[in-house]
Design a protein around this ligand. Structure first.
Ligand code: SF4
Ligand code: SF4
Length: 469
């Protein structure tokens, strides 16, 4: 790989010709143990993806990303515009997570979890193989003039692609506006939900364009995660890699010849199966989505020629250079620990979240007020955020001591996602107060049920013998 020609792949995208035209990729049908495992993972993830919009928690979606009305639900917990800081924290945690995860585990996400790869390789591509056959047959079909057979195959394929894209378009809408709204869009006249209907049509056409035509270009040209691989990966990152130490120099197998070449027999199968049209033997490339198709293809070849598997495998460049198999190093352990901690902290933040946030604080700089009839009062600020999509009625009661609690102004009735900032006053008879600082407990009652107790203090100078402001 030393001369200029051998490095020429670095100067261009594998799917674009010298003239700038698209080079269509016809990957050979993948098969093998990794592919079978990926099918299982894909089925599980697709089931989760399609079932989740139907799951409800307290009448709300389990996940909702309604950017239009600024309503968000994660794991059944409702978030609104006032939760911006949680989103910022979550976003920062996500970025750190992505950086660490990629530094250690490379593009495992792209090959195994990314919806683009799953839909493309496990759904649309499989339908294409089913209708048009393997790579060579697809190539021949595209090359031939339009005739009855070609028309039927192309028409049925694109009809299924369109139907599936429509289904995925609706699925996306279900995550954006909720399943009930989406079902209304599907079952009612478009005039009744025109903007949502336009959304479904728009997303369906986008998905059709991506899966029928744009395909791997989404990963190599558009996806920001793919573009960032150059800075996220290092020599220790685990990626799908060709073991050049073992494979080079390449050489075809010749009958009755004592082999002096490396283990790569130059069969080209790793290239033939690649859905992004690259040759993994050229080293780690931006286009590689770590789909493992070349691992399976090469393992099959190695089995046939009697060499050990793993000429292409999950490995870091360091593993290959130092001729060692993958080891769970201290670095990986530390990064994994940090990743787990990040997930745990974010999970904890989600679990401690309540439907209604209440903060009660004494008004700063104000001690107490004398009231008529030998009484004394303190003023408090109360901040309430209704995190739900329902209106709530909040009541405050004194729990540990008899007294009056008077809300100043409106009652504490909050509409969905409403934020309330108000004041209330607590009044006692002076005879009740024996200390400068009397601890008090305020019960928070929502919908007739006490959900929380807030502890605060009532200040006076009675206990000090100077009952004056
Ligand atoms: S499949 Fe394996 S043996 Fe065949 S060209 Fe690729 S690396 Fe070499
Ligand atoms: S090089 Fe291998 S792992 Fe990477 S995209 Fe191509 S077939 Fe998949």
């Amino acid at each position: 790989m030393n001369n200029e020609n051998e490095n020429s792949f670095r100067d261009k995208i594998s799917t674009v010709s010298e003239e700038g035209n698209r080079l269509w990729v016809y990957p050979k049908k993948p098969k093998g143990r990794f592919h079978r495992a990926r099918i299982v993972v894909a089925i599980i993830l697709l089931a989760i993806l399609f079932i989740t919009p139907f799951i409800k928690v307290n009448g709300n979606s389990f996940f909702l990303f309604n950017f239009f009305e600024r309503k968000f639900i994660l794991f059944g917990l409702v978030f609104g515009p006032h939760d911006f800081f949680i989103f910022v924290l979550g976003f920062i945690a996500l970025i750190v997570f992505v950086i660490l995860f990629t530094a250690v585990y490379g593009r495992i996400f792209c090959g195994w979890i990314c919806p683009q790869t799953i839909f493309m390789e496990m759904v649309f591509r499989k339908i294409e193989y089913w209708i048009e056959g393997d790579a060579s047959k697809q190539r021949a079909l595209d090359a031939q003039k339009m005739n009855g057979e070609k028309f039927v195959k192309k028409f049925s394929k694109h009809l299924i692609f369109l139907t599936l894209s429509f289904l995925i378009g609706n699925l996306l809408m279900a995550y954006l506006i909720g399943i009930d709204e989406t079902l209304l869009v599907v079952t009612q006249s478009p005039n009744l939900n025109f903007s949502a209907f336009l959304g479904v049509v728009f997303f369906s056409l986008i998905f059709y364009a991506v899966f029928a035509r744009f395909r791997e270009q989404a990963c190599t040209i558009v996806c920001p995660y793919g573009r960032l691989q150059g800075v996220l990966l290092d020599q220790n990152s685990i990626v799908v890699a060709y073991d050049y130490v073992r494979g080079e120099p390449r050489g075809k197998i010749k009958k009755d010849e004592i082999r002096t070449s490396g283990d790569c027999i130059e069969c080209g199968l790793c290239y033939d199966v690649c859905p992004t049209g690259i040759d993994i033997k050229n080293g780690i490339q931006l286009e590689c989505i770590n789909c493992t198709a070349c691992i399976d293809a090469c393992d099959e070849v190695m089995d046939k020629v009697g060499f050990s598997r793993g000429l292409i495998r999950y490995a870091s460049l360091k593993n290959i250079q130092d001729k060692i198999r993958f080891k769970f190093t201290t670095r990986i352990a530390i990064y994994t620990l940090i990743l787990t901690l990040l997930l745990a902290i974010f999970g904890y933040l989600l679990t401690i979240r309540t439907d209604v946030d209440i903060k009660i604080l004494r008004i700063p700089g104000m001690l107490y007020q004398d009231q008529p009839n030998d009484r004394i009062s303190n003023l408090y600020n109360v901040n309430i955020v209704n995190n739900t999509f329902d209106s709530v009625q909040v009541k405050l009661t004194l729990k540990n001591i008899e007294g009056e609690l008077n809300i100043i102004g409106d009652d504490l009735n909050l509409d969905e996602q409403e934020k309330f900032e108000g004041r209330f006053m607590i009044i006692f008879n002076k005879s009740q107060i024996t200390k400068v600082n009397t601890p008090i407990e305020i019960g928070i009652i929502i919908g007739g049920k006490e959900v929380k107790t807030v502890k605060t203090a009532f200040l006076s100078k009675i206990g000090s013998g100077k009952n004056e402001k």
